[in-house]
Design a protein around this ligand. Structure first.
Ligand code: ATP
Ligand code: MG
Length: 438
């Protein structure tokens, strides 16, 4: 089912500015779509059409197959929630609490349901402490979070967010994108605009590039960012990981498809050409000694010996010093840690309260874990309730897999459907793993 579709969309502002010309856009139900484009390319104008805030000068907008009209506008606005680029255009109530409650009140929900929804989103967005503050006194990033929370509280089927992460710190960005992923797992369609190509590359199922009011290109991130010329012509910048890959490929070190994450990038590196390595001496070594390389506690260690991955020390080194090893033969990735996935009930399944804490303690005591991560609200809450600390704050799946590839035993707590995503990725990398459902 197509959630939002525009055909031949044109829009001219009253001063004659032609903001959109012949835009054909679609977001399928359950998809994560990112719209990229330079300033003034028409992203905000396009988003205003998605719930009938403005009417097309020409063309059509359909939401779940229905063309927007006077008769169905109320229904459409319930299904499509828009978070504006400027939070000041959205926040107006005297407190954050009342602001978030405004949407659900407008939906004429009962007072208990309103209270539940507000409490839940305050918790989800970790802004409980801001509930009684006046929105105009919040910091830029906090305002943005409160504005997103207000729209999420209305539980629309489609969430449209105009530059949701601009002005946020790194933690805020990760947190926000994780909440959007969680909502997407619960079945919501998510459309964002952003100037952050790194974020769009790693997050989106599909990307639209707008330029001067037209769709310049659309497609899956791998195709979009594989075309260096196209990205430059669109006035965008390649993600750092793609730039690094191109440099490595030009030097014969990387090969294969364009990577969009550090994990993909690791796959692109041709280990056979990496026959000189930097390692830490596990014992005193002399130049010319045969050494074996092993990853321990995340570091590449060189000990004297001829087992497994071997090489020769280039110069003398005392235990603990950095040394160079040449003629490295063998694949370092064979020294892997394990991954334990614990599925915590998602918020809609009762959250961390529905989990048996003793069972988690039991799983943790029976499985080795040197590094821990939590994905999603209920998993994070469970970690806190157990007094555990996360080693990975950002990009938990990728960070966990990278740590396992460096030899750590990793445990990941994941809320609801997110656990399946972790398992899928871990399987792809052929790592040893076990899954527990709480
Ligand atoms: N109210 C308005 N009246 C006249 N022109 C407008 C109005 N709002 C936007 N425009 C023009 O429409 C074009 C598209 O603007 P829009 O805000 O949609 O771009 P955008 O891609 O969202 O840019 P940004 O990245 O800066 O947010 C621009 O040329 C802008 O100057
Ligand atoms: Mg804009």
């Amino acid at each position: 089912m197509i959630a939002i579709e525009t055909t031949g969309l044109e829009y001219t502002y009253t001063d004659g500015t032609n903001a959109l010309s012949g835009v054909n856009f679609e977001a399928k139900e359950g998809e994560k779509v990112a719209v990229l484009g330079p300033n003034g390319s028409g992203k905000t104008t396009l988003f205003y059409h998605f719930n009938g805030l403005i009417k097309p000068t020409r063309g059509e907008v359909r939401v779940f197959g229905e063309s927007i009209s006077k008769n169905n506008i109320d229904k459409i606005r319930k299904r499509v929630g828009i978070v504006f680029q400027e939070p000041d255009s959205q926040l107006f109530a005297p407190t954050v609490y009342e602001d978030i409650a405004f949407g659900p009140k407008n939906l004429r929900l009962g007072s208990m349901e309103i209270k539940n929804r507000v409490t839940q989103v305050l918790h989800r967005f970790e802004i409980e402490a801001l509930a009684q503050k006046n929105p105009s006194n919040l910091s830029g990033g906090q305002k943005k979070r409160a504005a997103i929370a207000g729209v999420v509280a209305m539980e629309p089927d489609i969430l449209v967010l105009d530059e949701p992460t601009s002005g946020m710190d790194a933690c805020g960005i990760t947190g926000t994108m994780e909440i959007l992923d969680e909502l997407n797992d619960e079945g919501k369609t998510i459309i964002i605009s952003t100037h952050d190509c790194d974020l769009a590359a790693s997050w989106a199922d599909r990307i639209y590039i707008l330029n001067k009011g037209r769709v310049f290109k659309s497609g899956i991130p791998k195709h979009i960012f594989a075309d260096e010329k196209l990205i430059a012509e669109a006035g965008l910048k390649q993600p750092v990981i793609v730039q690094t890959y191109r440099e490595f490929r030009a030097r014969g070190i990387s090969r294969g498809e364009v990577p969009l994450s550090v994990l993909d990038f690791m796959d692109s590196v041709d280990v056979k050409v990496m026959n000189i390595r930097c390692a830490i001496a596990g014992c005193d070594v002399e130049a010319g000694d045969e050494v074996c390389l092993e990853i321990k506690n995340g570091m590449l260690i060189a000990n004297k010996g001829s087992n497994g991955v071997t090489g020769r020390a280039v110069f003398d080194g005392k235990k603990g010093e950095d040394i160079a090893v040449r003629d490295v033969a063998g694949d370092i990735l064979q020294h892997e840690g394990t991954i334990t996935i614990i599925r915590v009930p998602g918020i809609i399944e009762g959250g961390s309260r529905a989990a048996d804490l003793d069972r988690v303690r039991d799983i943790l005591s029976k499985n080795k874990h040197q590094k821990m991560g939590a994905m999603g609200t209920s998993a994070k809450v469970l970690m806190t309730r157990l007094g555990l600390v996360c080693d990975f704050e950002f990009d938990v799946i990728q960070s966990g897999i990278l740590a396992a590839l460096r030899g750590f035993d990793v445990t990941i707590l994941a809320s609801g459907g997110m656990a399946d995503r972790v398992a899928e990725k871990v399987k792809e990398k052929k790592l040893k793993y076990s899954c527990f459902v709480l």
